[in-house]
Design a protein around this ligand. Sequence first.
Ligand code: KIV
Ligand code: ZN
Length: 503
Amino acid sequence: MKQIKIFDTTLRDGEQSPGCSMNLQEKLEVAHALEKLKVDIIEAGFAISSPGDFESVKSIAEAVHDCTVASLARLNIKDIDAAYEAVRGAADPRIHTFIATSPLHMQYKLKMTEDQVLEKTEKLVAYAKNYCSNIEFSAEDATRSDPAFLVKVVNAAIRAGATTINIPDTVGYTTPAEMQNLIAYLIANVENSDKVDFAVHCHNDLGLGVANSLAGVLGGATQIECTINGLGERAGNTSLEEVVMAMRTRPDIYKNPPRIDTTKIYNTSKLVYNIIGQTPAINKPIVGANAFAHEAGIHQHGVLANRSTYEIMTPESVGITANKIVLGKHSGKHAFDTRLRELGYELSEEELLDCFEKFKVLCDKKKNISDSDLRALVTHKKKDTENAKYSLDRFYVHASNVLSATSTVRLKLTNGSTIEDAAVGNGPVDASYNAVRKLINPPAHTLEKYSINAVSEGKDSLGEAMVKIRVEGSDDLVSGRGLSTDIVEASIIAYINALEKII
Ligand code: KIV
Ligand code: ZN
């Protein structure tokens, strides 16, 4: 029985969805986290879609060693050329090419007949095969395609050399029984179906992404396509953490679960949320704040007597540790490093020193440092801002409920000099943002989202600020993050961080 492969498309299907764009450095960080999580395949992007996407697929292909790296390509020569050029440096490159097969898509989008789609599939999969042995073929909108036609297309793709056949539920329309039957039908009717992997790629429009993926596995699929936190177009894709933990929790049903190191799930999820400037819904399975909380008295009573009364998996199995207050002013670097390792972080010496420095500064402001504080320190790494042109040097705000707030902000430039200006505003954050804009003079943009969250409990908690801005005339949202025990300071840092990305 083949082990289920996990194909992670956070950096392609996830990243292309509104509000989830990442810069190169962020994508590399996610790719390394996915490698440590032990996903089998990383879909690093859609190489032809932009020079930036091409560069990031190429960089990820060269940086990652323990996973196959794929680039998406429509079924045409230019796309396939670009995809191969971008992934060729990978230890195991894969070209992932696709064409739509449903009557709706063929008639209105492609304006092609079934025969033309068949011919193109055979010709261009063979073209891609000249470049590399690892070829994935996807029949877009497969779940609304004629199954008999799908058999013909998949036969053509396999004849031409495809090694993985993906059956996407592109619009999140199918149901579990239908998906299971479709995969079983294809495996039974396609020639040489035992020589390839069948994959399922489910969107979550009806909240069935995970259920449909698991049903696909029961039908015989050996690859699941998914994203961290279920990011993706519209309602998202199958969530990696949910589908993996479902298989791990029910080995009686799923006998060949993937090789994922589940103890890395929580940190990877947190990293991705942090980068895109979102937080999970509190009741999000596996990684939401309440996923392992037992509030009701009757549940607490049961859990205290025996955890498995109300707990089907342990928080530790996904890398959530009790939020212990472990470190303080007198803790040394060794204790700091040990606790970070226990939390699942392996930092380079340079990163460790950077975090330790920030930890010491934090200890002067806060007596007890919790695991949540440590996670926040690690996520807001120095390298996120070290090439920044501007950094916050100091600020002074005056706010009241009778007068407009005023803020004086001093920024430090890369050459060590400083610039300072003041502004008024509707509250201390608004006044500070007005002052920052006067100093930086960024391109016209709108502030689409601003939030501040306490990282841990208590009034001395670190505040994590997140902003999302949109440059005028662009569809992309750019996010910025800041961390401080002072919420105005965290807010200013987050805004500068976002502005840096657009200037
Ligand atoms: O949802 C979809 O059909 C896709 C394909 C390009 C694989 O993302
Ligand atoms: Zn998709």
